[in-house]
Design a protein around this ligand. Structure first.
Ligand code: GAL
Length: 323
């Protein structure tokens, strides 16, 4: 009898270990640490998944006003290895850290050239420059070189993001003309130059735009312009990127759970697709302690299910989440 209990106990243990395998614990509201024990600094950025590895790029806010750009990678979203500063004040370009600062760096991998390209907000300390910076590198880990900086197609541009459509066409989207409208810039096939700009959400003063495609419908989350203070996240959808965006509808609570969107991540494996909202909880309590917030969201039938999730388990390989 004792033997039977021992076998049953072992089976139970195996089952528990097996059930935990591949499941990472994501805890929102707490700092994330890299494998060297340092707080992860990658704000306003995005994620790129290649060969089962997720790369995370973002602002290093440990010195507040002039962020360098950090790169990390992980195989499970829980253990993050630091790859270093891929754009650095005073090193990558002389004006970085003095007359220009970077916000919202977004990483793309161009299939045509094989190069890694970063688009970002390239700004003066009083936000009067309203420029973009475009950097590229042969390797994801750098060194990145400045391709160009300035106003895209002569248009004043601030808060920004990127989006790559199913056909590989990449877009840069930003808050344009003194925060009045959104500008959707279609990019050249090397992802370096803007080719044309379509004005979206004219006069609606939206920023922190994040676009994702679900089948043939595009979903865009965005916020109002209230600086570092969070506000109501709004959803708009369209079957075309350049026209027909639906009126804004609120999602989540009044402050997007004290966050501002930085990207929407799509994980897919076989039949499973899981969307993750990536936000920044700015100034928590100060800029260096801003947190990266990751929450599962549902995108279906033109609606966004955006509940608050403080902790959850994520199976990156299987594209599954559970409590
Ligand atoms: C936010 C924006 C951030 C940063 C901040 C400065 O609205 O999303 O990227 O520019 O304003 O106040």
């Amino acid at each position: 009898m004792k033997k039977l209990y021992a076998i049953l106990f072992m089976l139970l243990c195996f089952q528990c270990i097996y059930a935990q395998k591949g499941w990472s614990l994501i805890c929102n509201g707490q700092p994330w640490y890299d494998t060297q024990g340092n707080p992860v600094q990658a704000h306003g950025g995005n994620f790129l998944i290649e060969d089962g590895i997720v790369y995370m790029v973002g602002e290093d806010r440990s010195h507040s006003w002039h962020p360098d750009v950090n790169l990390y990678h992980s195989r499970d979203f829980e253990v993050w290895e630091y790859d270093g500063k891929i754009i650095e004040n005073g090193v990558t370009t002389p004006e970085l850290g003095t007359t220009r600062m970077i916000e919202r760096p977004k990483l793309l991998h161009c299939p045509k050239t094989g190069r890694y390209v970063i688009w970002c907000h390239y700004e003066a300390s009083d936000y009067s420059a309203s420029e973009v910076g475009v950097f590229s590198s042969e390797r994801i880990t750098g060194p990145y070189q400045l391709e160009w900086c300035g106003r895209p197609l002569g248009i004043k541009s601030r808060d920004c993001n990127v989006f790559t459509d199913n056909d590989g066409t990449a877009y840069f989207i930003s808050t344009i003309e003194e925060n009045q409208h959104l500008g959707l810039f279609r990019l050249s096939d090397d992802y370096i130059r803007p080719l044309e700009c379509t004005v979206l959400m004219r006069g609606l003063r939206r920023e922190a735009p994040a676009i994702v495609r679900v089948d043939s419908l595009y979903y865009m989350l965005s916020s109002a312009c209230t600086g570092w203070e969070p506000n109501q996240c709004m959803l708009s959808t369209s079957s075309s990127l350049t026209e027909g965006w639906s009126p804004l509808v609120p999602v989540g609570d009044k402050t997007a759970y004290d966050t501002q969107a930085s990207s929407i991540l799509t994980l897919s494996k076989g039949r499973h697709t899981q969307y993750l909202y990536v936000g920044d909880r700015w100034k928590d309590p100060d800029l260096p302690q801003s947190k990266i917030i990751l929450m599962p969201i549902g995108l279906k039938d033109g609606k966004c299910d955006f509940p608050y999730t403080e902790t959850f388990r994520l199976n990156f390989r299987k594209a599954l989440v559970r409590p």
